[in-house]
Design a protein around this ligand. Structure first.
Ligand code: NAD
Length: 299
């Protein structure tokens, strides 16, 4: 399926359509596993507290897990949950044979250390790929790790436009452990020349104008302007910011000034409907792969 539509000059990279297709592929692969006599892959999602945005995210993850034919286990814990209680739950989930993937929804309440908790997840079930074992495997260019979902989704979107990225200049704006850093490792592996920019970068527009690929993940709405972009460049917009409109309603916008950049770029992801749906699909992909690896070991 061609997931690219015209966006007034630039072609739109339709993450929603691509995510739907990939989820369907995962569902078919899950069916095959079941026919071979294996148990259903299971994903446990843990939410601590009642942040409304996080509640929406975890419910959506549960729905999508069902769409992919897998089992979803939700653990909704109160805001007052102690670090010890959460670690005990993770230990149980690590041992539970029905569960192949564990995701702890971030952010966590302040009494809980997110690094400690993330590293308590069995690396084979760390489907967010954020623990030190999977981070290390990615940094070493190893293929037996689990890659964080958002950068993996961005990579798949990029590969739909550029099956071979060898020698391309890639600029990543934002250096978080969640997006920017793993993205840099993935594009290095694709043989790109990678630059990572962040809040202290002094010549961002200049760097951007040299880039064939820009992946931006800052949370700064509209940061990337039309005159920053090399004509024909491919732009992946990870940012999500909710802004109020004059009519009193809110809408989601990305880190790219879309109305300017769409006239210059070759390909661009929309917000919403670009990276977001791919992130969830990559979580399903990682869960399926985690189950498959376990079954292959047992066979
Ligand atoms: P973060 O706050 O951890 O990191 C932001 C990074 O951007 C930092 O490296 C910072 O130095 C850099 N930065 C901030 N302002 C900048 C500026 N003006 N110029 C250059 N660099 C700047 O954020 P994060 O967790 O990586 O998330 C970034 C954005 O991506 C947020 O909007 C978040 O909501 C979104 N996000 C979307 C998805 C998705 O699935 N679509 C997933 C993860 C994050």
């Amino acid at each position: 399926m061609d997931n690219h539509n015209e966006a007034n000059g630039a072609k739109l990279i339709d993450g929603k359509a691509m995510a739907k297709g990939l989820t369907e592929e995962i569902r078919q692969e899950v069916d095959l596993l079941i026919k071979e006599g294996h148990p259903l892959p299971g994903l446990a999602v843990v939410l601590v507290g009642n942040d409304p945005a996080s509640e929406v995210y975890v419910k959506n993850k549960a729905i999508q897990t069902h769409h992919a034919g897998m089992r979803s286990f939700m653990h909704m814990l109160p805001q007052s949950t102690s670090q010890k209680e959460l670690l005990t739950l993770i230990e149980d989930l690590n041992k539970n044979p029905q569960i192949h993937g564990i995701l702890i929804q971030l952010p966590l309440p302040e009494q809980i250390d997110p690094v400690l908790v993330t590293n308590a997840i069995d690396p084979a079930k760390d489907v967010d790929g954020l623990g030190e074992v999977n981070t290390g495997r990615l940094a070493l260019g190893m293929t037996n790790g689990i890659v964080p979902c958002t950068p993996l989704g961005c990579l798949k979107l990029l590969q739909s436009v550029h099956p071979d990225m060898t020698g391309m200049n890639a600029l990543i704006i934002g250096s978080s452990n969640l997006v920017g850093r793993p993205m840099a490792q993935l594009l290095l592996k694709e043989n790109c020349t990678v630059t990572i920019a962040h809040i202290h970068t002094t010549n961002l527009p200049e760097l951007a104008r040299q880039a064939d690929i820009i992946v931006v993940a800052t949370g700064k709405a509209g940061l990337v302007r039309g005159d920053w972009v090399k004509p024909g460049a491919t732009i992946i917009d990870v940012g999500i910011t909710r802004v109020m409109q004059e009519n009193g309603r809110s809408r989601l916008v990305g880190d790219v000034n879309f109305d300017e950049v769409k006239h210059v770029a070759g390909h661009i992801t929309p917000v919403p409907g670009g990276v977001g749906p791919m992130t969830i699909t990559c979580l399903l992909h990682n869960t399926f792969q985690a189950a498959k690896r376990l079954y292959e070991k047992q066979d």
